[in-house]
Ligand binder design. Structure first.
Ligand code: JDQ
Length: 229
């Protein structure tokens, strides 16, 4: 999968060189290219923002650098890629959407800053690819970068081969609509706290039943919204 990221803070994405995704990049499974939006400006100050028409607080990202970046990254002959803009006003990014996006051959992420991006950029992007505005959650970040980091990690780990043991992907939270069961490792007693005895019993059926019960109980207590349907 190829992923392009456009941002005025490209070094934030240096963190994608470590751990699982770093290895996937080295092996060629993930081709992640980060672009500095300021490289697409033409003035001495590399300006990417301006005051909002109609007035109001803060600044808005100018359309011209975004147009130049999209022209460079998405060529006319390219098969329309997914173009994702994180936004507090977007559709909620879920595990189901991460699954769906993990099958895309190409995704371009546009990271806004300030109060956001001139609306015409979204219209222009929609002529070049399939645009989606996605929200990480109902809280306001200072820009799209942290949201894109989270999305790249959630999507990237679902790309076949990125996670060594694919079985670890099916059991986890949100794939079956329930929260995870609690996990324990050695020692069996730590600071007077014991591991639930069923996990030491060797009875695989009893372990599976206990874990499922824990999942349901935790989901009812912490995330009743997940049980609604
Ligand atoms: C941008 C901002 C005031 C936006 C600028 C670009 N889930 C989620 N929360 N926040 C974002 C996503 C997000 C994404 C892109 C962004 C926030 N901001 C800051 C400030 C109004 C709107």
């Amino acid at each position: 999968m190829r992923i392009d990221v456009v941002s005025i803070f490209p070094t934030i994405f240096d963190a994608l060189e470590v751990s699982l995704l770093g290895k996937a990049r080295q092996s060629g499974l993930l081709d992640i290219r980060v672009h500095d939006l300021r490289d697409y400006t033409h003035d001495r100050h590399r300006t990417v923002d301006d005051t909002p028409y109609g007035g109001g607080a803060g600044m808005v990202m100018k359309p011209e650098p975004w147009g130049a970046a999209l022209d460079d990254i998405v060529s006319e002959v390219d098969d329309r890629p997914l173009i994702v803009f994180p936004s507090p006003a977007g559709e909620r990014f879920t595990q189901a959407i991460a699954r769906e996006l993990s099958t895309a051959p190409r995704i371009v992420f546009g990271c806004g800053r300030y109060e956001g991006i001139d609306e015409r950029v979204f219209d222009y992007a929609a002529e070049r690819g399939d645009v989606r505005l996605l929200s990480l959650g109902d809280y306001v970040l200072n820009g799209g970068e942290v949201a894109v980091m989270a999305m790249v990690e959630a999507i990237g780990r679902l790309v076949p081969g990125v996670v060594g043991n694919p079985e670890s992907l099916v059991e986890e939270s949100h794939e079956d609509g329930l929260l995870e069961y609690p996990s324990y490792t050695k020692p069996a007693v730590w600071r007077e706290r014991e591991v639930p005895p069923v996990l030491l019993s060797g009875n695989h059926g009893a372990v599976a039943a206990w874990r499922r019960e824990q999942q349901v109980q935790r989901t009812r207590e912490r995330r009743p919204d997940l049980l609604a349907d």
